[in-house]
Design a binder for this molecule. Structure first.
Ligand code: WTA
Length: 632
């Protein structure tokens, strides 16, 4: 597609070596492919001690000129965005690059008219509708720092984030559709704002026609705000290291931290990884099912694809509404070529049976992505067989909110695949495995703490308002390294497999296991839909294993199922990895992004249920009560 794209595995190996030998030259050549109002004075200045990391220092740009303006000449009439509504009976909506550009400019002018300036923080709490993308880009257009808050968070969580960011404006909607449910966003914002003093105005998009209460001199309708505004808006000149956005993510302390990304490096890295991991070709249609409330949506629905001139699909709904074939129906409807979803979604769809996927042709598909958590072998194989029909490559994307873009992954159809292995690092990424003492392990066929020893353009720069926290969380565990918090395994060929968070590593009688490894084993049992494993203190073994398991509804004899699970774990890993306790549960406590809240399970396993922390943001808070009640 462009000069950025690697075409073969040999070329990947070459580029990888070049990127390690001379990272500055490597990234400079890639950066040359973008539009800069002024080029950089230096490519990279860094130290991981403070930490202070500056890419393309002195350069001036606006990321929206690269995501929109730059395409107008050649791709003005190309589709930039296809929006698929929650309800399949409702019409879908399409925007060409020119239309998207005009909408972004017009809304950017509306923001300015409400007094928003470069550097102001704007929180966005919206449904998965095109206006969310428009709002994000409009902020970037005028240099306001966007902070998208996933529209499933409670009013309290919104207030925490708005206050931490000291946001001047909130952009929201009356409500949203999610499957058969509707959520009153504006009401939640009103509740949140009772505890916030920094917000001067709220812009409300009329999504459902609900006519919510509007506070005078604070709340404005989106349609009124844009009325009469021009459809062109000069792009604010930004320094490469000016902040582009803040995105809050959970830390170990429970207080969310605002991960900060900056304009230049984030632009270069998200576009580069998008084009290589997805091997996007000019006429392809690409779809990522994530929510823009999470980093995946930022980097791989909005910025990466639009910076690359791609057609990106945005979906308002959920995988199971109106039926569990919805994803596959959308793929056939829009002839999607590249598809990115999460293992949780794959596993939940697996549980509904194969017939929902088998009735769709899916023959447009080329690359299937998975992201967000380790994918177990069984889900990988199901995805490969039933969705990819054994023709598509699977790209398992390992990365983090903090890394801004994909770090370890297969590249479309050009790299070797191995079930449940993310694969090789993206050029420019230098992963290392460290042992207990923090020493680099040079050999293959090993495992350790996953760290990165050299900066890449979209590494986080700080945590908003608390640089010390950034330093302590990521740069202090092992001096001179960025610490990911994940453990990984490297096979004899240098491919990486993620084993889960290090805080999820269980040490049983001196033998270390990744929770994911044990879960993988348990999940190979045909009756198991999902499982989560945690460690709990054991007087003799140090730690022992507690498994929370969701069985499919066909299981009648739970004792027999338990016996079978024990057998599979013994067969897959060995007796030493046997869960001492297996509790059958109807569901696992998950964040709304689908991540299992192990912290809660660990406490339950430890018998310490007096303070489970805030469970209100979970997908299904009731599940916790059930688990506590039946705890072993
Ligand atoms: C986990 C999501 C295994 C990992 C992009 C990481 C994964 C955390 C994968 C970051 C993957 C993400 N395989 N584990 N492909 N992708 N993780 O910030 O533990 O929401 O540290 O970013 O998710 O989650 P975050």
């Amino acid at each position: 597609m462009s000069k950025l794209q690697i075409k073969s595995f040999e070329e990947y190996q070459q580029k990888y070596s070049q990127s390690v030998e001379n990272p500055e030259k490597f990234w400079e050549e890639i950066a040359e492919e973008f539009y800069w109002q002024k080029k950089w004075d230096s490519v990279l200045e860094w130290n991981f001690d403070e930490p202070k990391i500056e890419w393309f220092k002195g350069a001036k740009l606006n990321i929206t000129e690269n995501a929109l303006d730059r395409h107008l000449e050649k791709r003005g009439d190309k589709l930039a965005l296809i929006w698929e509504p929650n309800d399949p009976k409702q019409r879908f909506v399409r925007y060409t690059y020119r239309e998207l550009y005009e909408q972004v400019c017009q809304f950017a002018n509306a923001l300015k008219a409400k007094g928003i300036q470069k550097g102001d923080r704007v929180c966005i709490y919206m449904p998965m509708i095109p206006e969310l993308t428009i709002a994000v880009l409009a902020c970037a257009r005028i240099g306001a720092i966007h902070s998208v808050i996933f529209a499933g968070f409670s009013a309290t969580s919104v207030a925490d984030r708005v206050n931490d960011a000291q946001a001047k404006m909130v952009i929201t909607a009356d409500g949203l559709n999610r499957g058969a449910k509707q959520i009153p966003l504006k009401r939640l914002i009103d509740e949140a704002l009772e505890h916030c003093t920094s917000v001067e105005s709220v812009i409300v998009f009329d999504c459902l026609g609900w006519m919510p209460t509007m506070t005078e001199n604070r709340d404005y309708w989106w349609h009124d705000a844009i009325s009469g505004q021009s459809k062109s808006c000069p792009a604010e000149q930004m320094d490469a290291e000016d902040m582009l956005f803040i995105l809050y993510t959970s830390g170990s302390t429970g207080k969310p931290k605002g991960v900060v990304h900056t304009c230049g490096g984030y632009m270069v890295y998200t576009a580069y990884t998008f084009q290589n991991v997805y091997q996007y070709q000019e006429s392809d249609v690409y779809w990522c099912t994530a929510d823009i409330g999470w980093i995946t949506g930022h980097s791989y629905i909005v910025y990466g694809p639009l910076l690359s001139g791609a057609t990106t699909v945005m979906f308002e709904g959920i995988p199971t509404y109106p039926d569990p074939g919805r994803f596959w129906q959308i793929i056939d409807k829009h002839n999607v070529n590249q598809f990115l979803t999460a293992p949780t979604a794959i596993r939940s769809l697996m549980a509904f049976g194969d017939e929902h996927v088998l009735s769709y042709s899916l023959d447009s598909l080329k690359v299937l992505g998975t992201v967000g958590e380790p994918i177990n072998e069984e889900a990988w194989k199901w995805y490969y067989l039933h969705v990819g029909k054994e023709r598509c490559s699977i790209a398992d994307n390992w990365w983090q909110t903090e890394t801004g873009g994909i770090m370890i992954s297969g590249l479309g159809n050009i790299s070797p695949m191995k079930p449940s292995y993310a694969g090789y690092p993206i050029p420019g990424i230098q992963p290392v495995l460290l042992d207990q003492e923090g020493k680099e392990i040079a050999d293959n066929e090993t495992e350790g703490y996953l760290c990165i020893k050299f900066p890449w353009p979209s590494i986080l720069r700080t945590t908003w308002g608390d640089h010390e926290r950034c330093k302590l969380t990521y740069f202090s565990h092992y001096k001179g390294y960025y610490f990911t918090g994940d453990a990984a395994k490297r096979d004899e060929n240098g491919m990486y497999r993620l084993l889960g968070r290090v805080d999820d590593v269980i040490n049983v009688s001196g033998h270390r296991f990744g929770t994911a490894e044990i879960e993988n084993a348990i999940n190979t049992n045909g009756h198991v839909i999902e499982s989560a494993v945690v460690g709990y203190p054991h007087p003799v073994k140090g730690q022992s294993i507690y498994a929370f398991v969701v069985l499919d509804s066909s299981v009648e004899d739970q004792d027999m199922a338990k016996g079978e699970i024990v057998e599979t774990v013994v067969a897959e890993i060995g007796k030493i990895a046997l869960p001492e306790k297996i509790q059958f549960v109807s569901g696992l406590p998950k964040t709304r992004s689908g991540k299992i809240m192990r912290r809660i399970l660990r406490k339950i396993a430890e018998g310490d249920v007096s303070n489970l922390g805030d469970t209100s943001t979970l997908l299904d808070p009731l599940v916790v009560e059930e688990i506590v009640e039946n705890a072993l």
